[in-house]
Write a protein that binds this ligand. Structure first.
Ligand code: 9MG
Length: 296
């Protein structure tokens, strides 16, 4: 079992209206200060790191490295959600993620999050040791609400217009902030009605999921509008095309600085969890942002 040095991140403002410590199947995720979620894609076709972690030993080594760098939670996915991605069968997804979750759950002190929208994958992943569900479909698949409620682990509900294959075909909103907030409120209500504790739900505006660059920028600028939902906010911008576009169409492997800048802006806007590929750089930047945010 790895040990982790206590985080030196100063506590964020104490006016949060959500539970600061999430119980992730026995492992804790302390949201008293902004935390970093490290990405582990076990897919051949993810936009940034597709194919890099198909070898289980390489995947485990990378996860351990992210924990050493300060990741407070590791998000494991077996199906790409990039625009145009092809769907994966339940069996294929289970084959990709379950063996890694079983091994990793024993090896790291931080929670594992399962990135899936499939009810069976949610159940099996939590049985294998995952302590959080990250669903880009916000539990809209048939049976997902019930599966998530049964597991009793925290769930991240993300906004997406349409589905990954078509979401970037001319996305349109009247008022993107109002519509995203209304959607997330409705999914929180649906989760609660299905038996998920309110304090166990996280919300995510879904940067890049059915949104133009302008929609993403407005959402990031107005992130605080989600405070009304009284739930921790998770933000995923790492290496996404919005960063590449702002920086003059930079390729994926040159988006580190832009991604870190966006993470800082998100934390200043109240984000509690930042989902990233580059853990160490983001952890350092968030320590600075968090110190400024909590200054009195
Ligand atoms: C799986 N995945 C890819 N991008 C994401 C994002 O922005 N948020 C969440 N919650 N998951 C994401």
């Amino acid at each position: 079992m790895m040990s982790r040095e206590p985080s030196a991140v100063p506590p964020a403002s104490t006016d949060s209206c959500f539970s600061l410590i999430l119980d992730c199947a026995g492992k804790q995720l302390d949201l008293g200060s902004p935390q970093v979620m490290g990405i582990l894609n076990l897919t051949p076709d993810s936009f940034s790191d597709g194919g890099r972690f198909l070898n289980p030993d390489v995947a485990l080594k990378h996860a351990l490295h992210m924990v050493e760098e300060g990741a407070a939670v590791i998000d494991i996915g077996g199906e790409s959600t990039r625009p145009g991605a092809q769907p994966v069968s339940v069996d294929e997804e289970l084959d990709r993620v379950i063996p890694i979750i079983e091994r990793l759950a024993q090896a790291i002190p931080v929670p594992i999050s399962i990135d899936t929208n499939k009810p069976l994958v949610m159940r099996e992943a939590v049985s294998a040791g995952a302590g959080m569900i990250n669903d880009v479909m916000a539990l809209r698949e048939l049976g997902a609400l019930e599966a998530a409620a049964e597991t009793t682990v925290p769930v991240c509900l993300m906004h997406m217009q349409r589905k990954p294959r078509t979401m970037q075909d001319a996305p349109h909103y009247g008022n993107v902030v109002d519509e995203v907030r209304r959607f997330l409120r409705q999914r929180l209500d649906a989760g609660e009605a299905a038996g998920i504790a309110r304090h166990n739900m996280i919300v995510d505006p879904g940067f890049g999921f059915g949104k133009s660059l302008e929609h993403n920028l407005i959402l990031l600028k107005e992130l605080q509008a989600l405070d009304e939902l009284a739930a921790p906010v998770l933000v995923g911008i790492s290496r996404k095309s919005m960063v590449g576009s702002i920086l003059g169409d930079l390729p994926v492997n040159e988006r580190l600085m832009g991604s870190v800048a966006a993470a800082v802006v998100a934390v200043m806007g109240g984000a509690a969890i930042i989902r990233v590929h580059d853990v160490r750089e983001t952890v350092d930047a968030l320590k600075v942002a968090s110190a400024v945010r909590s200054a009195i």
